[in-house]
Design a binder for this molecule. Structure first.
Ligand code: C2E
Ligand code: CA
Ligand code: CA
Length: 347
């Protein structure tokens, strides 16, 4: 371990490069002779596998080689090859989940969620393959396919129903995201104002300035930008200062226990009030019960999404819902943000 610490120390000490102070870091993989290999090639290969395990464990750390690592890497490589093949064979589908106004009960938009129908394993959840697609860069092609497919579908929906598309931080780094969005809009004829891109704060963590410039370009052509999974990251509030988001999507973890006595209703209320002051709408994610919905309505949240109304479904299942849940003036219920405690006292 002393050797590992000395290597980290040596690599981490800052140095000067072309007049700038530069710092580097490392992920270290360790294979030992003779137990991890009988020749130098085998030992280097196993050290390499251990290094990937160190990277997967969050980088800036070290791992010793373990025989299981080889099987994991083989499985991952297999999945990566299947993912590439799925792009060629059309193995992906887009499901859509409606977002409902808590005020009018009308469907305001639908979120596109990618699905992978694996020839042997059946449906694979994006939670499993999106991280792999991000690591391999394949998310750029998958994301472009989702965007183009979903824009074509949304162009057939009633005029004011919006389309929300998830965008990975990797897609921002490609430098061509804005062009791809414009191409998808042009090919489908969908108005930019009907498209909402959902990003997480991870987009703004690295390459801040470059990502912000892309967000501003997209905003300038009328595309809306939503901050997804709000509340799950490190310093969400500071991100609200950095960009004029159109919408905050409050993560499901705050909705699950919203109706419980020591639950998250105060947090949701605070987010709704902050959003209202900044002219942003709020969507509650993962609403599963009527009690949660009623409380969210009372707290002044604008919209809801979740299994209570509809799980994500194929386009053909969603289309009939869109014409059924149109705004209807009689169904409108005023949304009254709950008075803040100080206002309530002075009233
Ligand atoms: P997300 O963007 O936060 O999407 C919401 C997830 O919650 C979806 O999971 C949805 O099916 C699920 N969900 C919706 N309502 C409920 C509910 O009432 N209860 C529960 N328990 N879950 C609910 P899904 O479709 O498996 O997607 C998982 C994640 O994968 C997404 O989280 C998003 O981060 C990512 N993802 C999906 N499609 C894409 C895509 O096209 N591009 C990118 N970059 N990421 C995607
Ligand atoms: Ca999302
Ligand atoms: Ca989310």
């Amino acid at each position: 371990m002393k050797l590992v610490s000395r290597i980290f120390e040596a690599i981490r000490s800052p140095y000067q490069c072309l007049g700038h102070q530069v710092t580097t870091d490392a992920s270290i993989g360790i294979a030992l002779a003779p137990q991890d290999g009988s020749d130098i090639d085998q030992i280097l290969k196993n050290a390499d596998l251990a290094m990937y395990a160190a990277k997967a464990a969050g980088r800036r750390t070290y791992r010793f080689f373990e025989p299981d690592m080889e099987a994991e890497v083989r499985a991952r490589r297999g999945l990566e090859m299947d993912l590439r093949q799925a792009l060629v064979d059309g193995g992906f589908e887009v499901y859509y989940q409606p977002c409902l106004s808590l005020q009018t009960n009308a469907i305001t938009g639908c979120e596109a969620l990618v699905r992978w129908r694996h020839p042997q394993r059946g449906m694979i959840s994006p939670a499993e393959f999106v991280p792999l697609a991000e690591d391999t860069g394949l998310i750029n092609q998958i994301g472009e396919w989702v965007l183009t497919t979903a824009c074509k579908e949304a162009a057939t929906w009633p005029g004011d129903v919006r389309l929300a598309v998830n965008v990975s931080p990797i897609q921002f780094r490609s430098g061509t995201l804005a062009l791809k969005v414009m191409a998808a809009l042009a090919a489908s004829g969908l108005a930019a104002s009907r498209v909402e891109l959902e990003i997480t704060e991870a987009v703004l963590i690295r390459d801040d300035e470059a990502a912000l410039a892309v967000l501003h370009d997209l905003h300038a052509i009328g595309v809306r930008i939503a901050l997804d999974d709000f509340g799950t990251g490190y310093s969400s509030l500071s991100y609200l200062q950095r960009f004029p988001f159109d919408k905050i999507k409050i993560d499901r973890c705050f909705i699950t226990d919203i109706a419980e006595p020591q639950g998250s209703s105060c947090i949701v209320e605070a987010v709704v009030n902050i959003a209202a002051e900044r002219h942003m709408t709020t969507t509650a994610e993962g609403v599963e019960t009527e009690q949660q919905r009623d409380l969210l309505r009372e707290l002044g949240c604008s919209e809801m999404q979740g299994y209570l109304f509809s799980a994500p479904q194929p386009a053909a299942e969603i289309r009939p819902l869109l014409s059924k849940y149109q705004p209807c003036p009689e169904a409108a219920r005023p949304v009254r943000p709950r008075k803040r405690k100080d206002e309530a006292r002075s009233a």
